[in-house]
Design a binder for this molecule. Structure first.
Ligand code: F6P
Length: 508
C-alpha cells in the first residue's frame, strides 16, 4: 500500500505521520517518489464530509466512476476551489476503503474512508438523526445514542488526521459543517501551526434546544479549536456565543471567545456571520445559453402551456416544508383560487438520506399527498402536481427556473437555501416571483421576495395568490433588486471574506 493510499484508508495501522510540520516538508523535498514516502501537501485545504464527487460505481476496466455529489455545500464550494486550487478532504459517499488521492478539475481530492458501520452510526445516525433535527429546531425528534457519538468522535479524529497529513506548514484549513464539529480541536492538537476555520452551513440552535445534547460541551470545545468560526446568520452566531458561555463557562466579548491554553494564557476565537452564496455570474451565463432557453420553452409546452408554473426544488428533507407547500396548493385548488386547468406545480424532490427513518416516512407522506391532489383535481392528460423524485444537472435546473413563474422556497428551517439564489441568478429576463420562507437564511438578504411563514397555511396562500397575480412591472422591480443583491454577494466574495478574515488571524 502506498503512503497516499494508507493515510485515507479505514484501517488505522499506518495512517498518520507525527504531527511535526517540518518533517512533512522534509519528506516532500527529499523525494519525488509519490508511491513511497511523498504525501502532497497544500496551502489551502477544505475538509468536508463529502467530496464534491460521489463514487457511484466501477467501470469494466476497474476504474472508479464518480458523479457530482448532492447539496448546497458542494454547489457553493466547488467553484471556489476550482478558482483557488488546493485540496479537498472528504468521504466519497460509499462505504469502504478510501482509495488514493486523485485530481479533478484542478482540485486535489483526498478521500476519507468510512466503514459500513460508520456510515450507519456517524453519517445516518449522529449527523443526520441526532444533530440535523436538533439544529433544525426539532422539527422531528432527535435520537441520542452513545454508540453514535463514539463513531462521530472516531470519524472526526480520522478526518483531522488526514487533514494534518495533507496540510503544508502554516496552511489554512477550512473545516465545513455539522458533521465535523470535533475536527478543529483535534487538528489543532496535531498541527498547532495551521490556521483553522470552521463554517457551519446549517442553523445553530438556541441554547434551550442545543442543551438537550448530552455531548454539548464536547461539541463546543471541538468547534473552538478553530481560529475563526463562521455561521450563515447573526442569530446563529449569537446562539453559538451563548452556547460557549453556558456549556463551557467561557467568557465572550462581542464576537470573541477567550479559550484558555494553560498557565493563565488564552487564545482568542472569533465567531461571525458569513452568509454563503452561489457562483451567480456562472449560473446566469448558463441560463443565458440558447440550449437552456430552448429547454425552458420545451418544459412549459410539455406541461401543456399552463398560464402559471409554480416550482419547488428541494432535497427530500422534512426541513424543506414540502408537505406544508402541498397542503397550501391543495387548498388553493379546493377554494378555486387557482385552477388545475391553468396552473401546475412542479416539485423536484431529490433523493436524500434514504435509509434514515424520518426521510422514508416523509417520502411516503409526500407521495400519498401528491397522489391525493392529482386524484382529486387532475383530468386526463393534465395533473396539477408534477412530482420528480430525481436529481438534475445544473442546466436542467436553470431551465426549470426560467420556466417557472413563481418559485416556492418555503422551508421550515434552512441555514441559507441556495435554490432561492439560483432562481434569482437564472432570471436574467427580470421576470418571475420568489416566495421565500422567513426561516431560511436567505430571507435576511432577499428582502424583495414575498416572505412567508410556512406554518401559516392561510398566509402562504395569500402570498402565492399575490405572486400569481403580480403585475409585470412589480415583478420586474422586485426581481431587479434581488438580482443586484445576488450578483454583488456571490460565493467568491463569501470565500474571500472568510479566508481573508482567517488569514488576518480571525480578526476583523
Ligand atoms: O449543509 C447541509 C448539508 O448537510 C451539506 O453538508 C451537504 O452537502 C448537503 O446538506 C447534502 O447532505 P448529504 O451530504 O447528507 O447528502
Amino acid at each position: 500500500m502506498n503512503a497516499a493510499h494508507s493515510d485515507a484508508a479505514v484501517e488505522t495501522d499506518d495512517r498518520l505521520a507525527p504531527p511535526d510540520p517540518t518533517r512533512a516538508a522534509a519528506i516532500d523535498t527529499a523525494t519525488n517518489d509519490m508511491s513511497t514516502t511523498h504525501t502532497a501537501t497544500s496551502d489551502l485545504l477544505v475538509v468536508a464530509n463529502r467530496l464534491p464527487v460521489d463514487r457511484t460505481g466501477t467501470a469494466a476496466d476497474g476504474t472508479p466512476i464518480y458523479e457530482r455529489s448532492p447539496g448546497g455545500l458542494v454547489a457553493a464550494l466547488e467553484p471556489v476551489m476550482r478558482a483557488t486550487g488546493g485540496a479537498w478532504v472528504g468521504w466519497p459517499g460509499v462505504a469502504g476503503d478510501a482509495g488514493a488521492p486523485f485530481e479533478s478539475g484542478g482540485i486535489q481530492l483526498v478521500p476519507v474512508g468510512l466503514s459500513a458501520e460508520e456510515v450507519t452510526r456517524f453519517y445516518e445516525g449522529f449527523s443526520n438523526a441526532t444533530l440535523w433535527p436538533l439544529y433544525h429546531d426539532v422539527i422531528v425528534q432527535p435520537i441520542f445514542h452513545r454508540s453514535w457519538f463514539d463513531a462521530y468522535e472516531a470519524v472526526n479524529r480520522r478526518f483531522a488526521e488526514v487533514a494534518a497529513r495533507h496540510a503544508a506548514p502554516g496552511a489554512s484549513v477550512w473545516v465545513q459543517d455539522y458533521q465535523l464539529q470535533l475536527v478543529p480541536a483535534r487538528l489543532r492538537e496535531l498541527r498547532p501551526d495551521l490556521r483553522i476555520g470552521f463554517f457551519n452551513h446549517i442553523p445553530f440552535p438556541g441554547y434551550e434546544i442545543f442543551s438537550q445534547l448530552p455531548w454539548r460541551r464536547q461539541i463546543v470545545e471541538g468547534i473552538l479549536g478553530a481560529d475563526l468560526v463562521g455561521f450563515q446568520r447573526q442569530s446563529d452566531t449569537t446562539n453559538f456565543l451563548r452556547a460557549c458561555r453556558r456549556a463551557t463557562r467561557l467568557t465572550t466579548r462581542s464576537q470573541r471567545i477567550a479559550v484558555p491554553t494553560g498557565e493563565g494564557a488564552t487564545r482568542v476565537v472569533r465567531a461571525a456571520p458569513f452568509p454563503i452564496s452561489i457562483d451567480s455570474a456562472g449560473f446566469e451565463a448558463l441560463a443565458r445559453t440558447p440550449e437552456v432557453a430552448a429547454r425552458a420553452r420545451r418544459i412549459r409546452s410539455d406541461l401543456g402551456d399552463p398560464a402559471t408554473v409554480l416550482l419547488g426544488v428541494d432535497r427530500l428533507d422534512y426541513t424543506k416544508g414540502i408537505l406544508e407547500r402541498l397542503k397550501m396548493f391543495e387548498e388553493l385548488l379546493e377554494d378555486g383560487q387557482v385552477s388545475a386547468s391553468d396552473t401546475v406545480l412542479v416539485q423536484v424532490a431529490s433523493p436524500s438520506r434514504e435509509r434514515v427513518e424520518a426521510y422514508r416516512a416523509l417520502r411516503n407522506d409526500v407521495e400519498v399527498t401528491v397522489g391525493r391532489i392529482n386524484g382529486d383535481h387532475g383530468v386526463v392528460g393534465r395533473a396539477p402536481v408534477h412530482y420528480l423524485h430525481q436529481s438534475f444537472d445544473r442546466a436542467e435546473m436553470a431551465a426549470l427556473y426560467l420556466a417557472a413563474d413563481v418559485m416556492l422556497v418555503t422551508a421550515l428551517r434552512d441555514g441559507m437555501n441556495l435554490v432561492a439564489k439560483e432562481y434569482v441568478a437564472a432570471r436574467h429576463d427580470e421576470d418571475g416571483v420568489l416566495v421565500l420562507s422567513e426561516f431560511a437564511g436567505a430571507a435576511d438578504e432577499l428582502t424583495q421576495a414575498l416572505l412567508v411563514n410556512p406554518h401559516d397555511i392561510d398566509g402562504m396562500k395569500e402570498q402565492v395568490v399575490d405572486a400569481v397575480r403580480m403585475s409585470p412591472s412589480q415583478r420586474r422591480r422586485r426581481m431587479r433588486a434581488l438580482r443586484r443583491r445576488v450578483a454583488a454577494h456571490d460565493v467568491g466574495r463569501w470565500a474571500q471574506s472568510f479566508l481573508g478574515a482567517l488569514a488576518g488571524g480571525g480578526h476583523d
